[in-house]
Design a protein around this ligand. Sequence first.
Ligand code: ZN
Length: 49
Amino acid sequence: MIFSAAREQPSAMSDFDTFECSSCGESFKAYPDANAAQTEACSPACETA
Ligand SMILES: [Zn+2]
């Protein structure tokens, strides 16, 4: 059995949602309950813009 190898796949990011940055319009992925999702900013620079 080699099922444990699948856990290393970066594509297993089903918990992430795609958001659009309210500052620069860039699409980015973040956890729905993450800071970035709530501020709708793709980076700290956009967050303070
Ligand atoms: Zn941005």
